[in-house]
Design a protein around this ligand. Structure first.
Ligand SMILES: [Fe+2]
Length: 126
């Protein structure tokens, strides 16, 4: 069995602006429209399909990137004056973490989803 996550639906109050926010921030291609979705395509083939919803229940989405990409994305987080935290519970504001010998940081999407960027997968630090 070789099962890969292919796509997931991201509930949004404004799918176009939320999808564009994520694509711009992460340096991914601009979203494309597919049916009722605004689709953001990650590099590993997984797509995040933004769909309008009356109610948004916050979910967690984490993105693995290189150290150089982390610099770029974290630079945009700071440029935009987004709040960020070293931890998922938002107890350590304005800090990043260095778990597993890499770097990671948490921030919120415009819809209140809990976003994370990290340079080393959980548990990879030995
Ligand atoms: Fe996470």
């Amino acid at each position: 069995m070789a099962v890969e996550l292919n796509h997931t639906i991201v509930a949004s109050r404004d799918k176009a602006s939320s999808a564009t926010f994520l694509a711009d921030l992460l340096g991914l291609p601009a979203p494309t429209r597919f049916g009722p979705f605004e689709v953001v395509q990650a590099s590993n083939g997984v797509s995040l399909d933004f769909m309008d919803a009356d109610e948004v229940h916050p979910q967690h989405y984490a993105f693995l990137l290189t150290e150089a990409e982390f610099d770029e994305v974290f630079g945009r987080i700071k440029e935009r004056n987004l709040d960020y935290w070293a931890d998922p519970m938002h107890h350590q504001p304005n800090e990043i973490n260095t778990r597993d010998g890499g770097r990671g940081v948490y921030f919120d999407s415009p819809d209140g989803h809990y976003l994370e960027i990290l340079t080393r997968p959980y548990g990879s630090g030995g």
